[in-house]
Design a protein around this ligand. Structure first.
Ligand code: 4AD
Ligand code: MG
Length: 465
């Protein structure tokens, strides 16, 4: 461990106040007081709460005190004592204050008042210093840690799948191309097409939309693996649930069929919710106080209920029978929209729902084909407020079925030779799913826009910072 000459606010707030000298470093949230006494609320991001520093103006240079404005970075040293005020357990009686960085009150954009989320997105370089974003990013950290812990404890290996690939896992063509060709002088083949032979990789490449295909290769050797990394989609969806760059957690398991896949998905998300309740109390209380009074109840609710499991076909019947007027009409064969998913979860069942056995034409090529020749063993996990939080399936492990489906869908069979080979050599039933990490964070924090649960969101027409 590194020895530091200062102590984190989080530790100070639970330390025994015995008048011992302590040093704290952080950013000023507010300074208030009178000629006789100054109170500084300081935060260092270790916890949502601030520590109070009390200073006697007579003991300090007036110019120094004047510079202690919202946003300034300071060090304070002095005895830690029980606080006389009711707002906090302890406070520091400053003997020394040093200013590391000023923040001109005329110019610093984060003054002590409620700012709109839209405004805060424009200053994403500073918004980590707000209580809200501090709490979001701490919870992101804890959830990432809990994910690795869960899989490690359950015998899964973390497999690093590539970011740059030549494949399109979802087959939706929503990819960002990766090239180092000069876009103003593209090399052409004799028939006028772009000559990717001259590109960096000697072929067309793109940013991955999912690590699944490579994850399957790992599962068919290590049995249970997961990948957790950034994924990219050039889909023009300007919604509060879509990002062009998001993080996905994708476990892939040999010898799991759809039932075990659902069991894992349910146990996994429940364990993450439990971890948040156990380890992120202060931040969850902050969100429930400031944004969403039902948040903590909703988290318990997910933990305490078994998820409903039913087929797409049954769900469509419920939606049609509901008699509701939908923005997107429902009929067998159409893809479910957020409004349908949320109706099932929030109004009809009032529980998380796992839907399975979707029409094959609205799902990707790799899903296991059912006997009915119409549906595939896909599964979507639907959550209150979020809609789809997980998408997955049992995989088609039978060579003939898979090869036929690839041909039917006009996918580039010659590029998929390596994927098909796993079905020719030692194939095995297997399954997996993808959890959208930001959708999880939306659920855990109760935030309503996905742009506010990732430090630097990438959306159509926006890649600042
Ligand atoms: O349902 P999706 O597209 O499934 C796959 O990519 C599979 N290959 C996963 C697998 O089986 N290994 O995406 C999985 C999840 C969705 O349920 C959603 O939570 C999230 O990823 N997701 C997005 N999150 C934010 N922005 C987007 N544009 C997203 N697209 C999908
Ligand atoms: Mg999906």
């Amino acid at each position: 461990m590194v020895t530091l000459n200062h102590t984190k606010v989080k530790e100070l707030l639970t330390a025994e106040p015995k008048g011992q000298d302590v040093t704290v470093k952080g950013w000023v949230r507010t300074r208030r007081g009178s000629k006789k006494i100054a109170f500084i609320a300081l935060n260092d991001g270790s916890i949502v709460h601030n520590i109070q520093i009390v200073a006697d103006p007579a003991a300090f240079d007036p110019d120094l005190l004047k510079s202690i404005t919202t946003g300034a970075c300071i060090r304070a040293t002095g005895p830690l004592v029980r606080s006389a005020g009711s707002g906090q357990p302890v406070e520091i009686q400053a003997k020394e204050i040093e200013i590391y960085g000023h923040a001109d009150p005329e110019k610093y954009p984060l003054q002590k008042k409620r700012h709109s989320m839209e405004f805060l997105r424009e200053i994403a370089h500073l918004r980590p210093r707000t209580n809200t974003f501090g709490a979001v990013f701490r919870i992101r950290h804890h959830m990432a840690y809990a994910i690795h812990q869960y899989f490690n404890e359950n015998g899964f290996f973390y497999l690093h799948t590539p970011i740059i690939t030549g494949s399109d896992c979802e087959g939706a063509g929503e990819m960002f191309h990766v090239t180092n060709l000069d876009l103003n002088r593209l090399p052409k083949t004799p028939d006028g097409a772009i000559d990717y032979n001259q590109d960096f990789f000697g072929r067309e490449t793109n940013l991955t939309v999912s690590g699944q295909l490579e994850g399957e290769l790992g599962a068919l050797a290590l049995s249970e693996i997961y990948t957790f990394g950034p994924t990219f989609r050039a889909e023009n969806s300007n919604t509060p649930r879509h990002l062009a760059e998001f993080w996905m957690v994708e476990p892939e398991m040999a010898f799991y069929e759809i039932k075990e896949n659902m069991d894992l998905a349910e146990d996994f998300v429940k364990s993450l919710v439990r971890y948040a309740l156990d380890h992120c109390r202060d931040d969850l209380q902050f969100f429930s106080k400031m944004y969403d009074p039902e948040l903590i109840d909703r988290l318990h609710f997910v933990l305490e209920n078994s998820f409903i499991r039913m087929s797409y076909t049954e769900a469509v019947e419920i939606l049609i029978k509901s008699g509701k007027k939908w923005e997107f009409p429902v009929s067998w064969g159409s893809d479910l929209q957020a409004e349908h998913e949320r109706y099932l979860v929030e109004q009809h069942f009032k529980k998380p729902v796992i839907l399975t056995d979707y029409p094959k034409d609205i799902k990707a090529f790799y899903m296991y084909q059912n006997e009915d020749n119409k549906t595939v063993r896909g599964m979507d996990v639907l959550f209150p407020k979020i809609g789809e939080i997980i998408g997955g399936s049992q995989r088609e492990h039978r060579y003939d079925y898979l090869a036929r489906r690839i041909r039917e869908m006009n996918l580039p069979e010659k590029d998929m030779w390596w994927y098909l080979e796993t079905r020719r050599f030692g194939t095995a039933p297997h399954s997996g799913f993808g959890l959208g990490f930001e959708r999880l964070i939306l659920f855990i924090t109760g935030m309503t826009n996905i742009r506010d649960v990732i430090p630097f969101p990438r959306t159509p027409k926006n890649a600042n910072f």
